[in-house]
Design a protein around this ligand. Sequence first.
Ligand code: OGA
Ligand code: NI
Length: 387
Amino acid sequence: MKLTWQLDLPRGSNITQLINYELVNLLSGLLESVRLKKPLMPSSMLQVAEGLALPGAKHLPTTYTAPISTPTIPEVELSHGSIPIIDLEALHGPRRSNIVKQLGHACQHQGFFAVKNHGIPKRTVNGIFDTTREFFHLPVEERMKFHTPDPNSEIRLMTAYKDEVENLFIARESLKFHCHPVENYVNKWPTNPTSFRKKAAEYLTNVRRVELTLLDAISESLGLERDYIEKRLGGHYVSLNYYRACEQSDLVTTLGVRGHTDPTVITILLQDDVPGLQVLSEGKWMDVNPIPDTVVVHVGDLLQAISNYRYKSLLHQAVVNSDKERMSIASYCYPSSDAMIGPPKELIDNNNPAVYKDFTYGEFYKQMWKVITPTDKRLDSFKISAP
Ligand code: OGA
Ligand code: NI
């Protein structure tokens, strides 16, 4: 194994801290892979499927055939598209069918939307951000207790890293864990800070309610039974994302997260007030600046399959900010492992042939580890006709 060390870290980052951090990261990865008698996975590979894990799955993926290649975006300039805003409260009133139409339109044409009147109390939102900030301000040894190369671990810290192949510095640190139902997982979560479990449970219970309301409306927007997607749901996974303030360096491109689609049904992203999220819109990156009191919802790969390619998985990335730290809370929902993901018969006719064959979430999960890509190309082996 070749170990190299390069000091071309982003300007503005605390170099001593980053070096300590990466060394602990490297050592703990080595120790863990010896303990598990498993190959050491480069962290860039781990990022491929970081969006989800199958609870209870025992295998570690072993097939890594190619480095990740970040999708090439033809234009680097920014698009100035607008952000569709869906009023969640109105879904419970006489305007429901109108709101369902708006939601379907946003999923079909933009792949994302913001949600207002979601009913998550402000103190709950402040609570999850406060406890996330406190966690990421803890000493590195304390945070590293959650670091493991095992993607099936119920809780896992992912660190910033340098991707040597693409010369990218990925600045995000994130704590990812299973969280539904809360009582099955809460005793794995941090106890430092002391408020962590309570504040995380409060936010996650609220976000699950929003997720179910949205999935009912999304099923309806596709002309399916309201509970079509909900019936197929499995777990819920959350990523507390922390982006330290860090400047672009001349030597390496620095990103918060590289361009990717989420391997989920939908993702609900809560951003703090620091911009950073960008989505692909008409071939260009578009800033999705935070709108107070809203959450952002992304179409994930699995909704692309369930909708027979009517709704497209959203390509998105996060950029870093040179003088402010940034946090976001990404809630990922995914199906149970035996749930059929291939398109429902209601969406197939002579004009709309099935784009994907029937496959289960379990099969998708296995495939995801074989195809090293951070995009919806994970679905390609299930394709049976060109969309
Ligand atoms: C994610 C993600 C973007 C952000 O966690 O999957 O895309 O703005 N996050 O933090
Ligand atoms: Ni994402």
